[in-house]
Design a protein around this ligand. Structure first.
Ligand code: NAP
Length: 282
């Protein structure tokens, strides 16, 4: 069993980004990321802080727009319009989830597709599904980067993804399909989940339920990517996989924390840098 060390790879990617940001800055272009945070959800605040710190480490300019929980949708949309027009901002990210009174789709669709570094705009989603260049959502992008770094063969493999959200499971499925894998997307209505997971050469899990995946559900020699993040009452951060009992079966497995999480942040920085490079070339 080998650990897929997302933390180490993310640090390596950050080093590369920092050097590229330095080169761009000498040409008078500093990549800029604007993050919008609505409300006081502690998990969202912590993710936004981690993103801001990563920007600082790599020399990317970042600004966080904090808005109260009861913000009117129009005010949020106005902020996005302003950021769309700001020439110093290459990437705009709205931290999800948003409060219930706000239409998330309307907000995501308001972001200019060329600044949509989270890749959630239907324009970029469509491009992924058509296997065209665009912004790829950070978590699926991080998963693929991690597997490729460890030279894990994807073509022809049975890839099973548990969790089919717009931000993780569905785009992850499209990325694997683009790499010529055979994909199965499972969700809450999937009958006989174990029949699918047991067949996986590569099993990716993005649900948010600790211990959803037990050793009985995993094939000997499988590659397991745990995307879930949950905080136990004890404060411990865990994924969706019963790591202790599943790991001995695996050829490779990601830890939580230290697996997909750091890769998500590194991928966001890569997307922001990519957007800034496009600005530099205009
Ligand atoms: P989400 O929108 O709640 O989606 C969860 C998905 O899991 C849905 O498709 C849901 O199906 C499905 N599901 C729920 N219970 C299931 C079950 N018992 N069996 C099979 N499928 C089930 O969540 P998300 O935003 O995709 O996030 C998923 C997890 O990944 C969370 O723990 C989140 O914190 C974590 N995450 C981690 C990172 C990272 O950087 N590591 C990034 C993003 C998210 P239905 O839609 O049919 O209910």
């Amino acid at each position: 069993m080998q650990i897929l060390d997302g933390k180490a790879l993310a640090q390596q990617i950050e080093t590369e980004i920092k050097s590229e940001v330095g080169v761009l800055s000498q040409k008078g272009i500093t990549p800029g990321l604007a993050v919008i945070l609505v409300g006081n959800d502690p998990a969202s605040q912590s993710y936004v802080n981690m993103k801001a710190k990563a920007c600082k480490r790599t020399g990317i300019y970042s600004i966080t727009h904090e808005m109260p929980e009861n913000i009117a949708q129009d005010s949020l949309l106005q902020t996005i319009t302003m950021l769309n027009a700001n020439p110093n901002i290459d990437g705009i990210l709205v931290q999800l989830p948003l409060p219930k009174h706000i239409d998330t789709t309307a907000v995501l669709e308001a972001i200019a597709p060329h600044k949509d570094v989270d890749g959630f705009h239907p324009f970029n989603m469509g491009r992924i599904f058509a296997n065209l260049a665009g912004f790829v959502p950070a978590t699926p992008m991080g998963v693929l980067s991690l597997l490729k770094h460890y030279k894990i063969e994807i073509q022809g493999k049975n890839v099973v993804i548990v969790g089919a959200s717009n931000i993780v499971g569905k785009p992850l499925g499209a990325l694997f399909l683009n790499e010529n894998a055979t994909i199965t997307l499972c969700h809450i209505y999937t009958q006989d989940l174990i029949a699918h997971t047991k067949n996986a050469d590569i099993l990716c899990v993005a649900v948010g339920k600790p211990n959803l995946i037990t050793k009985e559900m995993v094939k000997q020699g499988a590659i397991v990517v745990d995307i879930g993040i949950s905080k136990l009452p004890s404060g411990q951060i865990v994924g969706d996989v019963d790591f202790e009992n599943v790991a001995p079966l695996c050829e490779f497995i990601t830890p939580v924390p230290g697996g997909v999480g750091p890769m998500t942040i590194a991928s966001l920085l890569q997307n922001t840098l990519k957007s800034a490079k496009l600005r530099a070339n205009h």
